[in-house]
Design a protein around this ligand. Structure first.
Ligand code: ZN
Length: 423
């Protein structure tokens, strides 16, 4: 079975290229969340022909969902000849905006040598196409396989996944016990298995002041200067403290093996959305959004308390200092066990296809695994797919065709193994 399966995937090279190009040529840019219908229709037409039951699920009422930009998701299911586990391949169909400076048409999906260039080639339409080729080959070689094979194309991963995997997990579709094993073909490099991701806490800190004439700042209280005091505390105590934290998580790249904090934005005083001269005012408000990434060894309560105690300290030490915290978003770290069935299946498939042991990694940022884990209560989940992680969201993003073929072979063998297909 194995040799036949791998040869079958090699024979689908042209089909794989065509499918990847067709997907990339649909500019499903998010935000705003364009082109979901077209992506799902393309997948639906194809998978129905191959015996899948296809259903659409619009995540009504989720952020960004509207008649103009409906959050449409597709789930395709193929029951086998007898009962067995459900193996699910999940890909997001949204891409980020291309940005400027491309050498190729970002939605042209041009093939140059063994690469296909375009927005979403790497993250992650190449992975979606590779997983489809993988299961189509498996179904052709083992039509009487036990268990169920599923593919989903989901919305909004790039903006948090609430109109995508979170929604489908919430209605019990992408959830235990209906689904047993999940592979997310995100671009993590074909010789690496991604077990999970760090945690996230986004919050907005607002410092308060008192408005006054800019020529007499002593009659007011400057919220920007209060924020400057927050930043000084960050520099002198918080950043050095975060750098001392270490983890057993195999996070890549190395810089992300510690806790990190990014200052996303600062806004203070008068807005800048006008053409004239500003008026002389002491700012009565300054807002800073921070993005704190934390480790599996840290509790989110402690992560929040570090910032809160720093701010409370300023309340005591700095005259007139008051603040408000407005939490925006949080995700708990997740890491699948290295002995979990899906990890072992993909591990041995990588060994068979590439002749080397895979490396286990953890992603510095989150992806849809968080929703499978927290909402779907589905723990047997990893990310594994073609594409070079560093190219995601970059100008001149590409995916390598040989990488797609290799990872398709790994996914097909792992799927056969998990389903219990006889070798
Ligand atoms: Zn992605």
């Amino acid at each position: 079975m194995k040799d036949q399966l791998l040869a079958r995937i090699d024979s689908k090279r042209a089909d794989l290229i065509d499918l990847t190009r067709a997907l990339v040529q649909i500019p499903s840019v998010n935000p705003p969340g364009d082109g979901y219908q077209a992506c799902c229709d393309l997948l639906s037409r194809r998978l129905k022909q191959r015996g899948f039951d296809v259903s659409y699920h619009r995540a009504e009422g989720t952020p960004g969902d509207s008649e103009r930009y409906p959050r449409i998701n597709l789930v395709a299911t193929r029951p086998g000849a007898r009962s067995g586990p459900c193996v699910h391949f999940n890909s997001h169909i949204d891409v980020v905006e291309p940005g400027v400076g491309w050498s190729y048409d970002p939605f042209g999906a041009e093939q140059v040598g063994s690469r296909i260039y375009g927005r979403g080639t790497c993250d992650m339409k190449g992975g979606l196409a590779a997983s489809i080729i993988a299961i189509e080959a498996l179904i052709e070689i083992a039509p009487d396989h036990p268990g169920t094979i599923e593919i989903s194309g989901t919305a909004d991963e790039e903006t948090g996944g609430f109109g995508g995997v979170a929604y489908l997990a919430g209605i019990g579709l992408l959830a235990a016990p209906r689904v047993d094993h999940v592979i997310i073909p995100e671009p993590l490099n074909k010789d690496r298995i991604c077990l999970g991701h760090r945690g996230v806490w986004w919050t907005e800190i607002e410092t308060h002041g008192r408005i006054a004439h800019g020529s007499m700042p002593f009659l007011g209280d400057c919220a920007v200067r209060h924020m400057q005091a927050v930043m000084a505390e960050f520099e002198s105590t918080l950043f050095p403290y975060l750098a001392t934290k270490t983890t057993t998580m195999p996070v890549v790249p190395d810089g992300a093996k510690q806790s990190t904090l990014n200052i996303n934005s600062i806004h203070g005083g008068l807005g800048e959305q006008f053409d004239g001269l500003p008026s002389p005012l002491v700012p009565d408000s300054c807002r800073m959004v921070i993005d704190r990434r934390f480790l599996i060894e840290e509790a989110i309560e402690d992560v929040k308390a570090e910032v809160k105690s720093l701010l409370d300290g300023l309340t005591k030490s700095r005259r007139g200092f008051t603040y408000h915290l407005n939490d925006l978003f949080e995700v708990i770290p997740t890491m699948t066990d290295q002995n979990a069935p899906v990890v072992r299946a993909v591990h041995s498939a990588v060994e068979e296809v590439l002749g080397q042991q895979p490396t286990y990694v953890v992603s510095p940022g989150t992806y849809d695994q968080k929703h499978f884990d927290r909402i779907g209560l589905l723990k047997d989940c990893i990310a594994y797919g073609p594409g070079i992680l560093d190219l995601a969201h970059q100008v001149d993003e590409y995916v390598d065709i040989v990488d797609m073929l290799d990872s398709a072979k790994v996914m097909a063998l792992a799927c056969a193994n998990l389903l219990g297909v006889e070798r």
